[in-house]
Design a protein around this ligand. Sequence first.
Ligand code: SAM
Length: 339
Amino acid sequence: MKSELELNNTSMIDPFGRMVEYLRVSVTDRCDFRCVYCMAEDMTFLPKKELLTLEELERLCTVFVGKGVRKLRLTGGEPLVRRGVMTLIRNLGKLLDDGSLQELTLTTNGSQLARFSDDLFAAGVRRINVSLDTLDEEKFAEITRWGRLPQVMAGLEAAKKAGLSIKINAVALKDVNEHEIESMLNWAHGEGYDFTLIETMPLGEIDEDRTDQYLPLSTVRERLEEKYSLADIPYKTGGPARYVKVKETGGRLGFITPMTHNFCESCNRVRLTCTGTLYMCLGQEDSADLRAPLRASEANDLVSQAIDEAIGRKPKGHDFVIGRNQAPAVGRHMSTTGG
Ligand code: SAM
């Protein structure tokens, strides 16, 4: 049996030589929004008894950090709607103290930021991603079905005031926000936020046809280049975005292009769901159950072994296709796997 020290010293390297240093954790599959490209309006969520407790999530994250994870991103569903989530965040934040964890961050829809921003900063969070697809109140209500824009705007203000760096993530949606991208870019950079565009991915059944929503970012970039000077920069946050500097605004613009150009060759991520399922790729079905080995023993050897086995099966990449009558690449929604 490996000693605790040996366990702590192993790093996770997959069959393609990629080092896994980044864990995304979906702390809940529930959300207070119902974005049209993400969820069906009438979603069935997991029964509470299926969920890992916050203590179990913390234990799993700590095991991952012991095995070489340097960046943790909490996501969901909406991470800030899980009851007691601040306790988890505070405890995970302690891993930053000795440098074993380098960054603790989260992806949020912003609805709860007015309440939580100061606590997030106090817990060691320094950077957050806020998903926002439009600045038009009516359109916002249409896209999110249940959300209200002023609430998110108030959340952003609170986050800024608390000292958090903010990146706005917008899914580029044909006919919906495609003509607003320029104004969103100007607004985000004017506020001092980074701005990243994301291509919509075929994850889970929704109420609409994804072909009607899909807007390739190659098209968006060409259009932006008619007005702006975009210079590729090597800036990296550990995620899949590729960045340019926008000369006219002085800000950074990211492109996440899983459809037109995937960057699987540099993938350093795995994703843990709130039930303890580990997905080694966002766009593949293969997974590993970590809940059973976690619960089978108070020591972490079994779960550590299960993680090693899973990393040994991390696939080379995904191959998303969006087309008429095309089934989603995977059956689960982004809210299950964690965005
Ligand atoms: N509730 C949080 C939020 O809104 O950021 C975290 C979870 S949400 C699932 C994470 C990100 O995934 C959001 O930026 C959302 O826009 C994005 N997303 C959801 N479904 C997607 C899809 N099918 N394709 C691309 N991005 C998607």
